[in-house]
Each structure stands twice: as C-alpha cells, then as structure tokens.
Design a protein around this ligand. Sequence first.
Ligand code: CMC
Length: 437
Amino acid sequence: MLSKFMTSEKATLRIGDTVYELPVIIGSEGEKALDIRALRAQTGLITFDSGYMNTGSCASDITFLDGEKGILSYRGYSIEDLAEHCSFVEVAYLLVHGSLPTLTEQENFSEMLGRSALLHEDMVHFFDSYPSKSPPMAILSSMVNGLCSFYPEMLLNPLENLDMMTARLVSKVRTIAAFSYKKSMGHPLVYPRHDLSYCANFLNMMFNSPVAPYEINEDVVAALNKLLILHGDHEQNCSTSTVRLVGSARVNLYASISAGISALWGPLHGGANQAVMDMLEAIQREGGNYKKYIDKAKDPADPFRLVGFGHRVYKNHDPRARIIKEACDKVLASLRIADPLLDIAKELEEVALKDDYFVERHLYPNVDFYSGIIYRAIGIPANMFTVMFALGRLPGWIAHWKEMWDDPNGRIGRPRQLYVGPKARPFVPIEERVAGK
Ligand code: CMC
C-alpha cells in the first residue's frame, strides 16, 4: 500500500559529521511523514517519542482525521454525512469492507446480524457467576475473549471467515451488553428479536420487561444510531492501537478485541464518558458551582482535569462533539426531559471556551462531553456508558485488525526503549543484601 505514497522528497539528518537522508511519504490527504524505518540500521540510533505523539505506527486507509481543522472521515465519507444519512449497520459495513453497502449487501449483513444475535446458552450461564456489582466492561472483555472457545473453527482462516466473525461480534456484543445490564438489575433476560433493527433490538433487550412493555421511540433509535456511528472509528487511538499491537503477534480477532475493550475502559480514553457524568453530578450536588471545577482543572498542583475536554489529536472543535450536542437537544426534547446536567454542561463549556487556560491549550469539548447526557435520557446507567462506546468502536477495531492482518509487510509490533536503569553491577548473595540497594 505504501509504495505509491513514497516521494522523491528527502529530509536530511546530521549526526556529527555524517548526513543521512530520510525519505518523505505523503498520505492521500497531503499529510507528510518522515520514513525512519532504516534509521537504526543506518545510524545506530532509535527515536524517543513517549506517548507516540509523533509516531505513525502504520499506513491505514480507514479513517482520516485532521485535528487542526476538526475534520473526521471514514473511508473518505465525512462524519457529518454519515451521521446524517446512515444507520450504524451501514457504517459498520463501510468500515470493515471499505465501501458503503448496496441494498442487497445491507440486507445480507442485517440478516447475518439477526442470525448471530443469540449467545450460546452455556455463555448465558456465565452471567450467573459474576458478582452483581461486576463492572460491565470487565464482563464484556472476558466474554468477548470467551467467544474464541465457542467459535474456534473460525480462527484458522480468519480473513475468509471475517464476514461471519464480524457479524458475530457486532451482534453478540450487543446481546452481551444488554444481558449484563439485565443481570446487574436482577431482571429476566430479554432475548434478541429478528424483526427489529440493530439499535431497536438493543433498546428492546435493555428495557423491555414482563411488567412494563417497552415502546420503541424512533427518535431514540435515531440518536443511538448517531452515537454509535460517531464512535465507529478514530484511527490509531489507544484501544485501536492495542487491538493492532496484540493482533500483530498473530492473536485471533476475539482476543485482540478483548484487549481493545480493556484499553478503552480507562478514564483517559473511553471511560471519560462515565467520568463526565460523575463530574456534572458532583457540580450539581454543590449547587452548580462549576467555577470551582474550572479552577481545579487550571491548578497545576491539582491532578484534576475537566473531563470531556481536550484531545490528543483535536486542537480544534471535535466534529463529533458538535453533532452529539445537537442530537442531545433533539432527543431530550422528544422525550420531554429537562436535564439540569445539560444546562450545567452548556454553562461549563461556555465558560471554559472563553478562559485563557483552555484557549491557549486548544482544549475543546470532546466526544464524551455530551454523550452521557443522551445515554442517561435513554435510561442507560452510567456504568454502561463505556460499554456503549465499545459497541460503537467495534467495527473500527475489526477493520483495523483486518488491515493489520492482511498487510504482507506487517511485522510484530515491538517498540524500543531508552534504558535508564542501573549499569551492569556484580551479583549480591541474599545474605549480604541491603534492603532497597
Ligand atoms: N483539563 C485541564 N487541563 C487539561 C485537560 C483537561 N481536560 N486536558 C489537557 N489539559 C492540559 C494539560 O494539563 C497540559 O497542560 P500543560 O501544558 O500546562 O502541562 C496541556 O493541556 C496538554 O495536555 P496533555 O496531557 O499533554 O494532552 P494529551 O494529549 O496527553 O491528553 C487527553 C489528551 C484526552 C488525555 C487529555 O486532554 C485529558 O485528560 N482529557 C480529559 C479526559 C477525557 O476527556 N478523555 C476523553 C478523550 S476523547 C475520547 C477518546 O478518544 O477516548
């Protein structure tokens, strides 16, 4: 894939008296990269880039994002167009296959999703073994890993079986998510239904009950589709890089995705949507005193950060946040909910965006800032928010795993390091050792 993007342009690197030439690669949207693949062999040096702030770990044709301009697209389609016109199932197909489905392709994919929705009954029993207070992300990660035990036949020729594995994952993760919620409530499980669309089916499994039948609200279905689409992919973020790194050791798709789910759990990544709600609720309890939280976030001595603000890549508005904010207003109006947390969030955003600290550091609301308010309005509890993120991110992870697996030049991911520990020293027998030395 890379050869057609190599250019004749070269950068020069001088180390002492020796000058090295580094090739420049130009991506399809014009972004440039220094090709340092031969650097260590030529110079004996490695690059040092903790947090990978400047490191391109792969070439990818899935998602483009320009953090300075606030642009995000999947397979060339703008996120605004996809969120406006598509269902999540269409976008999942686009991410994994590279093109939007035709009507027939979409029907076939939906049919496969419908057929894959059930969990093996032995897996359903797993839920009885988890303590009722288990974090749903822990359940999700281990259950997805467990899928390889139930469908091992797919693991030998993964690319040939990828459509089936994709359908299984995208469909079963939704069932696992809904079942883990029902189990946490101590309520009877609601099984998937073939006649419902992807999002409607999820809502029905979550909220239908023998004592209070759930009525599917199309505005809620539309909002959920939008949220899942917006989370569909985000190039080499922490969890996606995890999926690729784990998969680069030739680990199967289920285990790689399970590792990605664990990475997503962190409060600096997908766990932020739950942390935003905790923060907004704390502000509400303290009588709406958001100024205190702005001051805490600005205080260099305080580790607190305004959750839902800032992004490693976006140094401009996160385009997803704008779409979510609009969807939030719409779904709350449709459900006739007036959520004081939404007012607090809007005030907080307004104040932060005018504050020099946030302006100078280019800190804007990110995708997580408003998503929790929509989930709360729909009835999804805060400890399930990151599970919802995982549901949306799943097709992106699968697409990246496939791209990584399919790359004929792919190698195991193995960063180097700069060792700063003790120099070589003589071994000390145990009876002569001094604690801490
Ligand atoms: N509140 C206050 N200050 C912040 C924040 C924030 N939310 N985010 C960054 N900063 C400051 C940071 O202290 C640093 O200041 P200084 O230059 O004075 O040391 C500067 O801005 C640059 O921050 P950084 O830590 O170098 O940025 P990063 O790229 O390493 O971190 C981030 C990105 C998303 C982890 C961070 O902005 C953050 O912790 N945000 C809050 C958590 C959050 O909302 N995470 C969800 C991210 S979007 C969903 C996803 O992709 O998973």
